[in-house]
Design a protein around this ligand. Structure first.
Ligand SMILES: NC(=O)c1ccc[n+]([C@@H]2O[C@H](COP(=O)([O-])OP(=O)(O)OC[C@H]3O[C@@H](n4cnc5c(N)ncnc54)[C@H](O)[C@@H]3O)[C@@H](O)[C@H]2O)c1
Length: 346
C-alpha cells in the first residue's frame, strides 16, 4: 500500500515510518521540518517528501499531490496543549482547517483510508471513571478542540469510498530518534538523569493514560489493513488500562529506574487541569491491539538511550522541547508568525 505519513519528521512520525516500512508499505512523507534536525542518536532514514524540494507545508497541499496514495496517516500538527495556547489561531489553522482540507483533497484524489491522530485529551477532565469512546467530549484547549472538530469534519465526508478512522492516542512515551522532552514520562526521566531529581509540580493525583510510541504505530498499522467495516468512521482509544497511572505513580516508576534519584511532589495546584482514566476495550476487541510496553519498561528504555546518547541539559530544554524550539524558529526568522518558512507563502 502507498501510504502518506504527514508529520513524518516528528516524534511519532519517525517511529511510524519504520513500523510501516517494516510491514512492507511504500511510505511517502509530508513535513514542514520544524524538528527535522532535532535528533538524538543516529539520523533516521526519512522517506521522500510528497513534493520534491524540501519542507512541505500541510496548508499548501492539493488533491494533485495525493495522486496514487492509497491511505493517509495524518500526524502533522502543532502537537500539544501548551503549543496550542502559544498561538491559538495558528493551531486552529493547521490542526483544524488544514487537516480538514487535506481530508477533502485525499477524498478527491481517491484515497480510500484516512487514519487520523486524535488524542485522549478530547475527554478533558473526566474524574475517576473510565472513559470509553462514547463518553462526552470536553476539550479544554485549542489543541483538543481542533481534534474534536476534525473528527466531526471527517465523519461528515465519510462514504463508501472514503473511510476515516480516529485514533485517540493516550499520551505517548518512549524513545524516538526525534525525541520529545515535553511529554510526561520522557520529561521526568530526563530530569532524573540530568539533575537527580524527579519533581512533580502538582499533588500528583491527576490521571494520565500513557502509551509507547511504538505501540501507537502498531495500532495505526492494524487500521491500515483491518476490514473497512471494522474501522469505518470509528474512534478507537489507543493504549492500555495498565498504563492509566497518576502523575505520582509515573514519577515513582522513574525513581525506581534511574539510580540515586530523589522524588519531590510539590503539592501545589497543577497548571494542567486534565485528568482522565481511559477504557481501551474497543481497540483490543475489534482490532486485536495489545500494547506491548509498560511504563516501567519505557522508563528503563529512556534511561538507557539518554545515557548512551549523552543527552545534555541544553538539548533537553531547547532542541527537544516543542515550545522552545518553535519560539526559537520564530525569533530567528526561519518561521514567520504563522509558522510558515521564511514567508514562503503570503
Ligand atoms: N505525542 C503524543 O503524546 C500524542 C498523543 C496523542 C496524539 N498525538 C498526535 O499525534 C500527532 C503526532 O504527534 P507528535 O508527538 O509526533 O508531534 P511532533 O510535534 O513531534 O510532530 C508533528 C510534526 O508535524 C509537523 N508539522 C506541524 N505543522 C505542520 C505543517 N503546517 N505542515 C507540515 N508539517 C507540519 C512538524 O514539523 C512535526 O514534524 C499529532 O497530531 C498529535 O496531536 C500525539
Amino acid at each position: 500500500m502507498r501510504v502518506l505519513v504527514t508529520g513524518h519528521q516528528g516524534y511519532l512520525g519517525t517511529v511510524m515510518v519504520g513500523v510501516l516500512r517494516a510491514a512492507g508499505h511504500d511510505v511517502v512523507g509530508l513535513d514542514a521540518g520544524y524538528f527535522a534536525d532535532c535528533v538524538l542518536g543516529p539520523t533516521p532514514m526519512d522517506p521522500e517528501q510528497i513534493r520534491p524540494g524540501g519542507p512541505v507545508d500541510l496548508r499548501d497541499i492539493t488533491a494533485d499531490d495525493l495522486t496514487g496514495v492509497d491511505a493517509v496517516v495524518h500526524l502533522a500538527a502543532l502537537s500539544n496543549d501548551p503549543l496550542g495556547n502559544l498561538a491559538p489561531d495558528v493551531t486552529y489553522e493547521i490542526n483544524h482547517r488544514a487537516s480538514t482540507r487535506l481530508a477533502h483533497a485525499a477524498k478527491a484524489a481517491g484515497v480510500s483510508r484516512f487514519l487520523y491522530a486524535s488524542t485522549c485529551s478530547v475527554y478533558g477532565s473526566a474524574g475517576d471513571d473510565l472513559v470509553d469512546e462514547e463518553a462526552p467530549l470536553r476539550p479544554l484547549t485549542p489543541y483538543a478542540e481542533s481534534k474534536v472538530w476534525v473528527e466531526d469534519d471527517l465523519a461528515a465526508i465519510a462514504d463508501s469510498g472514503f473511510a476515516p478512522v480516529f485514533l485517540r492516542n493516550a499520551t505517548a512515551f518512549g524513545f524516538s530518534p526525534r525525541l520529545r522532552a515535553d511529554i510526561v514520562l520522557n520529561n521526568l526521566v530526563g530530569h532524573a538523569v540530568l539533575t537527580g531529581v524527579v519533581k512533580v509540580l502538582s499533588d500528583g493525583t491527576p490521571w494520565r493514560p500513557l502509551v509507547h510510541a511504538q505501540d501507537i504505530a502498531e495500532a495505526f498499522l492494524l487500521c491500515l489493513t483491518a476490514p473497512v467495516k471494522t474501522i469505518w468512521c470509528q474512534a478507537f482509544n489507543v493504549g492500555t488500562e495498565a498504563n492509566n497511572l497518576t502523575v505520582a505513580e509515573i514519577a515513582q516508576a522513574v525513581v525506581e529506574v534511574v539510580p540515586a534519584t530523589e522524588l519531590r511532589i510539590t503539592g501545589q495546584t497543577g497548571a494542567d487541569p486534565r485528568s482522565y482514566r481511559v477504557d481501551f476495550a474497543k481497540v483490543r476487541d475489534r482490532l486485536g491491539f495489545q500494547a506491548q510496553w509498560s511504563v516501567a519498561a519505557g522508563a528503563a528504555e529512556l534511561y538507557a538511550t539518554y545515557t548512551n546518547h549523552h543527552l545534555t541539559q541544553d538539548a533537553f530544554d531547547d532542541r527537544f522541547t516543542r515550545l522552545a524550539r518553535l519560539k526559537e524558529l520564530r525569533e530567528s526568522g526561519v518561521l514567520d508568525e504563522t509558522m510558515y518558512q521564511g514567508g514562503r507563502v503570503g
